[in-house]
Design a protein around this ligand. Structure first.
Ligand SMILES: *Cc1c(COP(=O)(O)O)cnc(C)c1O
Length: 462
């Protein structure tokens, strides 16, 4: 049995202590440290372990998982993965971290909001941002509420429908539905881009606007965007930009110049905050000049997740104007390098130049599925790419290297992907049964999602 096979509750020994709090308060002349009225009636059912037990247990657990600090992480649709450590240090400075949420008017805090507002406005071509939304989807809802307010304030009450491409991220139609808008789908053409001929007949005086992601969820730049913007504006609608894929455009192209009126950024995807694991996020919403009066829509009690903004502002200031412009270019170069190096062995349905990410549709030969490839990568020490998303392809493998990986790292990954392609022909069983070297091999993911057992007391029934 390996050490980590035990839960911390199973390591517990009656009376064993890791750390004890003083029972008397020194500063208050020997009175009880915790007033009797605030104490539990019964002690909490916590595991009784030594400090060393705790350190070993959690250090071992942390090494069962994969992290960007231990290896390459080509997960698509998630943009930046490596977040410079200096940004964490700045966000953790007590002068920031110990602030109360109602202290948002302090001059130092205001300077961060104002500075970040200016930087993001310069990067996106928007006029101003609100920092209240706490995630990308929350930003979408905020932006759609702004669009709705705009039409309503003009007495344009018929505009209750919003156009969403079939390639959109699932949060787009979900946010539109929460906002009370009716969703109208526009199709993609054979190149994976919004089909302008399918869009034209949808545009009438019931359309509030269109939501678009550019580059879209296939990693492709919507090159007809100027024409689309003209058509939507001529029909009286507004354009919403889902900025989750802003990474490859930073410093090169601005949504404001493409014709977008409202947008969100995912600071936790493009501007340095670890993304995933349900941690705090930030989805600031920017608007063009004519929508600034609607920026005050109230979507949360406080002014967003300040720690995420600190990281973003530190990141932008640290890189500086010239280096910020390199992020998108390097991310794009890395993605295209991998795509071109593997397209003879993996199916490439959309062969154009991609932006920061691209999609393969499974292996060209052998019986291995995309799931098999993803699982086998774990044996070779790589995190798997995003699989079975986007939904347009049955065996989708979505790869995104980001700007921080060296050519040597990309080459080593390409080698392994090629080796897996060879194995799929020479020894397919090794792929079907992978991974072989991880603490858990193939869990029942549906059961884990539908019926999670998250508490020891539920699992042991004690
Ligand atoms: C991640 C993502 C979203 C949603 O952002 P959250 O911060 O996870 O709410 C929306 N659109 C696209 C294209 C995304 O990749």
């Amino acid at each position: 049995m390996k050490y980590y096979d035990k839960l911390i509750f199973e390591l517990s020994k009656e009376g064993r202590v890791g750390y004890s709090l003083p029972s008397k308060c020194d500063r208050c002349a020997g009175t009880e440290a915790i007033p009797a009225g605030l104490k539990r009636a019964e002690p909490a059912r916590l595991p009784q372990v030594s400090e060393l037990d705790v350190v070993r247990h959690y250090t071992n657990l942390s090494q069962m998982n994969f992290g960007v600090d231990t290896g390459f992480y080509p997960l698509g649709s998630c943009t930046m993965k490596y977040n410079p450590k200096i940004n964490e240090e700045i966000a953790a400075m007590p002068s920031f971290a110990a602030l109360h949420p109602l202290q948002k008017d302090l001059p130092g805090v205001q300077a961060v909001y104002d500075g970040l507002d200016k930087a993001l406005a310069a990067i996106t071509g928007m006029k101003h941002f609100t920092f209240k939304p706490c995630a990308g989807a929350h930003g979408e809802l905020t932006g759609l509420m702004i669009i709705r307010e705009y039409h309503m304030s003009r007495g344009d009450l018929k505009r209750t429908r919003i156009i969403v491409p079939d390639s959109a991220h699932g949060t787009n139609p979900a946010s539109a539905a929460v906002c009370g808008l009716e969703i109208v789908q526009v199709k993609s053409n054979a190149d994976g881009l919004v089909d302008v001929s399918d869009l034209k007949p949808l545009l009438d005086d019931t359309i509030a606007g269109i939501m678009m992601t550019n580059p879209n969820t296939l990693g492709l730049f919507e090159k007809d965007i100027r024409e689309i913007a003209q058509l939507v504006h001529d029909a009286g609608g507004l354009l919403y930009y889902d900025g989750a894929n802003m990474n490859p455009l930073i410093g090169t192209v601005r949504p404001g110049d493409m014709g977008f009126d409202v947008m969100h950024l995912n600071l936790h995807k493009s501007f340095s905050t670890p993304h995933g694991g349900g941690g705090p996020g930030s989805g600031p919403v920017g608007v063009c000049e004519k929508l600034v009066p609607y920026l005050g829509v109230n979507v949360s009690g406080f002014n967003g997740n300040f720690g995420v903004m600190l990281r973003a502002y530190a990141y932008i200031l640290m890189l500086g104007r010239q280096n910020v412009k390199l992020c998108g270019k390097l991310a794009t170069l890395g993605a295209n390098y991998i795509k071109e190096s593997l397209k003879d062995v993996y199916e490439l349905p959309l062969p154009q130049v991609c932006k920061h990410e691209f999609v393969f549709d499974g292996l060209k030969s052998g019986t291995a599925t995309t799931l098999d490839v993803a699982k086998r990568l774990l044996d070779y020490g790589y995190h798997a790419p995003t699989i079975y998303f986007p939904l347009l392809f049955h065996q989708a493998i979505m790869i995104e290297p980001t700007e921080t990986e060296s050519k040597e790292t990309l080459d080593a990954f390409i080698d392994v992907m090629r080796r897996i392609a060879e194995e799929s022909v020479s020894d397919p069983e090794i792929l079907h049964n992978a991974p072989h070297d991880t603490p858990i091999s193939r869990p029942d993911e549906t059961a884990a999602a539908r019926n999670p057992i998250l508490k020891y007391w539920d699992a042991c029934g004690c």
